[in-house]
Design a protein around this ligand. Sequence first.
Ligand SMILES: [Zn+2]
Ligand SMILES: [Zn+2]
Length: 306
Amino acid sequence: MSTKLHFLGTSCMVPTKDRNHLSTALEYEGNIFLFDCGENTQKQIKLMKLSIGKIRKIFISHWHGDHVLGLPGLIQTLSNTDNVKKIEIYGPVKSKKFVKHMLECTIFESSVPIEVFEFSPNKGEILTVVDEKTYEITCSKLNHSVPCNAYAFKRKDSLNVDVEKARELGLENNPLLAQIKEGKSITIKDKHVKPEDITYMKKGVKICFVFDTRPCEGIDLLVKDCDYLVMEATFLYSKHADKAQEYDHMSAYETAMIAKKNNVGTLLLTHFSQRYKKIDELEEEAKAVFPNTVVASDLLSYKIKK
Ligand SMILES: [Zn+2]
Ligand SMILES: [Zn+2]
């Protein structure tokens, strides 16, 4: 099952006719993890033909409106969707308070439990937010006008069975292979088979999500050597470097410099200012520094190649 990024919205503060408020979905093993949830996110999910009931966890970078105004509507829909047993929201300090206020702004009572987890890393610190068997999610502190987290999803290295070798040993489709994958030896027809005899290590993949920020230590720590970096590039450095500084945001040039300095694999830009009708100039500016840049657009699905 392939891992994919779905760009549900790529605008910053004000949506445009082509760009929705910010939200990015990560599809992994049949689950959807949502990173930020701007206004209208649930409609974008429908337009992309993603299954809303597969949303397992929602990660909030910070509580500026363009990143969270889609939450009340989405929560209401999730609460009325089959198979949704629980809604999990992860965010910075005061997330519990903000979710409570959002839930009280309309007449609505969720029929499924809503759990909110707050993580407030210190400068230079990485915290583990979720640690599951096959993946983990960590966060670090960004440099924005309000508490703001960057997140990294990492699919862990895993033992994979070499189908050819398994076939040679008559083990093809044998349920005992599950034990081999867990690193245990097995015995079949008096023959002892060790994991290293028929497996190989599949390298993990790291995908980082860095939204509203100025350059800072928290970004470098988290994104170093990552395979994919989804990051904001609100402004053009050549025209509005002063505005990037003033509003605690990034320019395309600065974001590309971060990707270059940290040995990132692929850079995916998002969160564009409404002042740019087209984003060609942002793309050119970033690619001049970091050629392996993809400029995201609303409703773009991007397949993770590893
Ligand atoms: Zn923003
Ligand atoms: Zn912000």
